[in-house]
Write a protein that binds this ligand. Structure first.
Ligand code: BT5
Length: 322
């Protein structure tokens, strides 16, 4: 762990801590400690200092800094390396590049805002500074087949719904294939991308965008379908608490899936997914229509019976519940 991170973790654990104690623990000079403290003050941390008592952390900035997220995170792999940008184009694009440079599995890229946030099929993902959770996660699973990559979208949506329930007590639902909904509004979306050659997957980037604390005025006028956790529950979640819970949950289920397979996670996903039995309009490539969702098969594909009694199996695309 870098010295800077250790210092902040000491300050988070203690009330006052003396400069000499910090210097001793890190085997650095008191001047070096002072330099680290100045660095954090410039980042927005409010740190009190006293000639005798040393340093005391009074307030942390409202930015999802890695050293704050990693405090007591205790995951096995997810978030072992975290990179934070106040503003970036797209955390998925950043991490796709870092993945090519050999960054390790579990690396997370977080932003407070994106200027080129992406959805599927080159759609836009909107964000307001400091209000959402926007991050991407690098996975390098062994022997994963191209057709099984959807499992990471499913796993992530289960984690989002369960952490939201844990922290708000409200039930959010999943709309096939990658949306989290509450009260008819889209609260979160997931974009899973991969890099590989032919059938061989080198790495997967799972991008997650969650509208946590936005008010109605934080969304563009052309996005009436968007909602936030705050708007649907009245609860302003602590973004640090939420992202830490989510990373822990993803870590838990990721290892669960490695050891026990995908079936249990898929069964959970089905209980949160409210698409089954619904009447929908659908589009997938050049196929579109309306009908009833009969089932979701073990590949995550929708089985739809359309209004002319034709059955379709849809692996990717969009549906609207009508
Ligand atoms: C998604 O695509 O829902 C995937 C969104 C993934 C975003 C994350 S943020 C971190 C990471 N970095 C990225 O660049 N992306 C990922 P899709 O199912 O195609 O839905 C896109 C549609 O959702 C848009 O066309 C809008 O209609 C709607 N939309 C855009 N921004 C929204 C928002 N903030 N909240 C709700 N709906 C939104």
């Amino acid at each position: 762990m870098p010295n800077k991170e250790i210092i902040i973790h000491y300050l988070l654990r203690h009330d006052w801590i003396s400069g000499s104690e910090l210097a001793e623990k890190l085997s650095i000079s008191r001047t070096a400690v002072w330099n680290h403290i100045s660095y954090f003050r410039q980042k927005g941390y409010i740190i009190d200092s006293h000639p005798k008592s040393g340093y005391r952390l009074l307030n942390i900035p409202d930015s999802l800094y890695p050293e704050l997220i990693r405090f007591d995170l205790n995951t096995r792999i997810i978030g072992n390396k975290i990179i934070h940008f106040p503003v970036t184009g797209s955390t998925n694009d950043d991490l796709l590049n870092l993945g090519a440079q050999g960054y390790p599995e579990g690396t997370v890229v977080i932003a407070e805002q994106q200027t080129k946030g992406k959805g599927r099929y080159n759609r836009k993902w909107e964000s307001t500074y400091n209000k959402s959770i926007l991050f991407s996660l690098l996975l390098r699973p062994d022997n994963i087949k191209l057709m099984d990559c959807y499992q990471f979208t499913i796993l992530s949506s289960v984690c989002i719904v369960e952490t939201l329930f844990d922290l708000t007590g409200s039930q959010f639902s999943i709309k096939w294939p990658n949306d989290i909904y509450s009260q008819g509004k889209k609260i979160a979306g997931i974009l899973t991308e991969l890099r590989g050659e032919m059938e061989l997957i080198n790495y997967i980037v799972v991008g997650i965008g969650i509208n946590l604390n936005q008010d109605t005025t934080d969304f563009p006028d052309n996005l009436p379908s968007a909602g936030s956790v705050y708007l649907s529950t009245g609860i302003m979640l602590d973004r640090f608490q939420y992202i830490k819970c989510l990373l822990k949950k993803i870590d838990h289920y990721y290892f669960y899936m490695k050891n026990n397979g995908f079936t249990d996670i898929f069964e959970k996903w089905k209980t949160y997914c409210d698409t089954n039995g619904k009447r929908v309009t659908f589009s997938s490539g050049n196929i579109s229509g309306s009908g009833i969702v009969l089932d979701i098969n073990s590949d995550g594909a929708l089985i739809i019976q359309d209004d002319n009694n034709m059955k379709f199996t849809i692996y990717s695309g969009d549906i609207s519940i009508i």
